[in-house]
Write a protein that binds this ligand. Structure first.
Ligand SMILES: Nc1ncnc2c1ncn2[C@@H]1O[C@H](COP(=O)(O)OP(=O)(O)O)[C@@H](O)[C@H]1O
Ligand SMILES: [Mg+2]
Length: 260
């Protein structure tokens, strides 16, 4: 088994609040790892450190063995770590296809001089990107919305488009923070399927923070439980649901309903 991400004893405080405290765990390459825990457990803070929004106060983060602690977001993006909200929100007044074509960061066309001197290459590159965007749309079952303005999509379709935008970057690790929020039941099924297919067919590794336990159960193995800024336990969904400490962590915060 290859370890994609290794979190080693990381901590982060805000003022006097210990948001994450001496937290360690690993994410296996090729897994869909769930990250759950009561509100305030430190999940988002942890995601933010992995994605380079701010560095940990202490500890180390490795990506495929490379020390990435404190690297800025754009460097991590280049290494293949993508966080869904990091991809800019859809451009409402552009078409769905154009939203996808905007994503790759190293288009020579972005540079005026390169566009002048290398126009052939640029044209070829643009065609490649367009083809890739069309493939992504087909994968997402959004081909019929190709020329629709992104602003006209439903909440769930926007989530799919956001996932599509991550696909344009061909990422290695995708961090999804509450992907099910605001998605209707029908599209939730599609979203689940797409995450599964990206994992199985294209080898994406996912880490998913999600409150919808049905989604976590369906997608995630293992499930990591955080409480009070640190790792509480990890295992299969059945294992962690049978763990009294897990129930206590939720109940102790008066948030048992989060769990069901
Ligand atoms: N920018 C911040 N400033 C102050 N406190 C913060 C900040 N971000 C998070 N916290 C605190 O850190 C703790 C963990 O928050 P968070 O990472 O958002 O948890 P989760 O995502 O698991 O709900 C909470 O007590 C929260 O209030
Ligand atoms: Mg959060």
């Amino acid at each position: 088994m290859t370890i994609a991400l290794s979190i080693q004893n990381i901590s982060r405080s805000f003022g006097g609040v210990r948001a994450v405290h001496e937290c360690s765990f690993e994410i296996q390459a090729g897994s869909i790892t769930g990250l759950i825990g009561p509100n305030g457990a430190g999940k988002t803070t942890l995601f933010n450190m992995v994605a380079g929004l701010f560095p940990p106060d202490d500890g180390r983060i490795e990506f495929y063995g490379q020390d990435i602690t404190g690297l800025p977001a754009h460097k991590l993006f280049q290494l293949g770590i993508v966080r869904t909200f990091q991809i800019p929100h859809e451009f409402a007044r552009m078409t769905v296809l154009d939203n996808l074509m905007l994503v790759p960061g190293d288009q020579s066309g972005e540079n005026l001089l390169a566009a002048w001197t290398l126009w052939r290459r640029v044209r070829r590159q643009e065609r490649t990107i367009r083809r890739r965007a069309e493939d992504v749309l087909e994968f997402l079952n959004l081909t019929h919305l190709r020329d629709e303005l992104a602003g006209n999509l439903s909440g769930g379709q926007k989530k799919l488009l956001e996932l599509g935008r991550t696909m344009m970057t061909e990422p290695k690790l995708v961090l999804l923070d509450e992907p099910a929020a605001g998605v209707n039941r029908t599209l939730l099924g599609t979203l689940n399927e797409i995450i599964e297919r990206l994992n199985r067919e294209q080898g994406y590794t996912f880490c998913v923070v999600e409150h919808d336990m049905a989604m976590v159960r369906r997608l995630c193995d293992p499930v990591i439980v955080m409480a009070e800024g640190t790792l509480l336990t990890q295992g299969t969904m059945d294992e962690i649901m049978a763990n009294e400490q897990v129930l206590e962590a939720y109940l102790g915060r008066g948030a048992a309903e989060d769990m069901i």
